[in-house]
Design a protein around this ligand. Structure first.
Ligand SMILES: C[S@@+](CC[C@H](N)C(=O)[O-])C[C@H]1O[C@@H](n2cnc3c(N)ncnc32)[C@H](O)[C@@H]1O
Length: 336
């Protein structure tokens, strides 16, 4: 476990999330909004501690262990959102993902133990189970949710994230797997909630709480195939936190949550087992911090292509924050 970045608002760890848990402050975290690597679908590092390549039962237990531990140390009025997809037993790793790993020059994207012959149904990860038959959904989101409920935590809702353009599948006897689950858990019945951020205009012309199915396309970023859409997680973030609250993201990835926390003035703690991902995020923060420059300085930096790309991201963040500050009072008015 290595602390890769720390200031008064942001802390980033590289390493296994269970190691990271030992360093987290108690009664400080207001929200966890995250997405563990899905079971049997992807593998970013080949590290045995990485979520997704372990035995089926172990995957469920590790998730339950992680989220129950987090709920215990969070603030009493905190919330957890777990974004997770189910897997089919025996489906193996999808061809497109496999090719992605196999041909990617960066070793950290390769799925160890598989070569071209290991594609499709022969994946060592999802090939067989004593009870669950091949072709059956494993029920992963439900299994995790039910265990957490049975431990005394409160399962408030599952939002369905529907993707209009899901990953292509080679099947002919069922509908497409186009949705992911967003499980909302709290530890108490009374929890922080700002409904104005998830209000929509109803048919009566009045604002009302949104429905359960949210539609958004995935937002793949270069080097990251499993990012969650900022359009959705932004609403979750704003509805369960206020400015200066602390958010923890145990599976940092490309840092979607961090970007939003910077834009909306939340404190952030992040962790990822893939050191490269954390390193990229540190670079992003350093660029962000070095901003607020004169126009002259921006012009100078933008002559360099890489700098230009980075600065564009940071300027988008600043713009997002600006929009948020302008809309804040308006949104507050809506709920009155
Ligand atoms: C689905 S991705 C998260 C994507 C992120 N939400 C985003 O929008 O970019 C899952 C991440 O979890 C990380 N991960 C897997 N197992 C881990 C572990 N044991 N500890 C910490 N991070 C882990 C992977 O390296 C990967 O970056």
């Amino acid at each position: 476990m290595e602390i890769m970045y720390s200031d008064d608002k942001i802390k980033l760890f590289a390493g296994d999330v269970f190691e990271c848990l030992k360093h987290l402050p108690k009664n400080t975290i207001q929200a966890v909004i995250t997405s563990p690597t899905y079971w049997g679908k992807r593998n970013f590092t080949g590290d045995k501690k990485e979520f997704g390549s372990e035995k089926f039962e172990d995957y469920i237990d590790r998730n339950v262990n992680l989220f129950s531990s987090l709920l215990r140390i969070m603030k009493d009025d905190g919330s957890i959102f777990i974004i997770i997809q189910d897997s089919y037993m025996g489906s193996g790793v999808s061809r497109s993902h496999h090719n992605h790993w196999e041909h990617n020059k960066d070793i950290s994207y390769r799925r160890y133990g598989l070569d071209s012959n290991g594609q499709g149904n022969t994946s060592s990860v999802t090939a067989k189970h004593n009870i669950i038959k091949n072709k059956s959904l494993c029920g992963i989101p439900y299994r995790i949710a039910i265990k957490l409920v049975d431990m005394g935590f409160i399962w408030r809702q599952h939002i369905i994230w529907e993707k209009p353009n899901p990953m292509p599948e080679n099947v002919k006897d069922r509908v497409r797997q186009s949705a992911e689950y967003i499980l909302h858990f709290t530890k108490k019945g009374n929890y922080k909630f700002n409904p104005e951020h998830i209000m929509v205009m109803g048919q009566s012309g009045k604002y009302r709480l949104d429905n359960q199915v949210w539609i958004a396309s995935p937002e793949p970023k270069s080097g990251h195939t499993a990012t969650f859409p900022s359009k959705i997680v932004k609403k979750l973030l704003l509805s369960v936190t206020d400015e200066d609250d602390t958010v923890f993201e145990p599976f940092l990835g490309s840092g979607t949550m961090l970007d939003l926390c910077i834009a909306y003035g939340r404190k952030f703690i992040g962790c990822d087992i893939n050191k490269n991902f954390v390193r990229e995020t540190v670079e992003k923060i350093n660029t962000y911090n070095s901003l607020i420059p004169s126009q002259n300085e921006i012009n100078k930096k933008t002559n360099n292509k890489t700098e230009y790309r980075r600065i564009s991201t940071q300027l988008a963040l600043l713009e997002e924050r600006q929009k948020y500050l302008v809309n804040k009072n308006h949104l507050k008015g809506i709920h009155k």
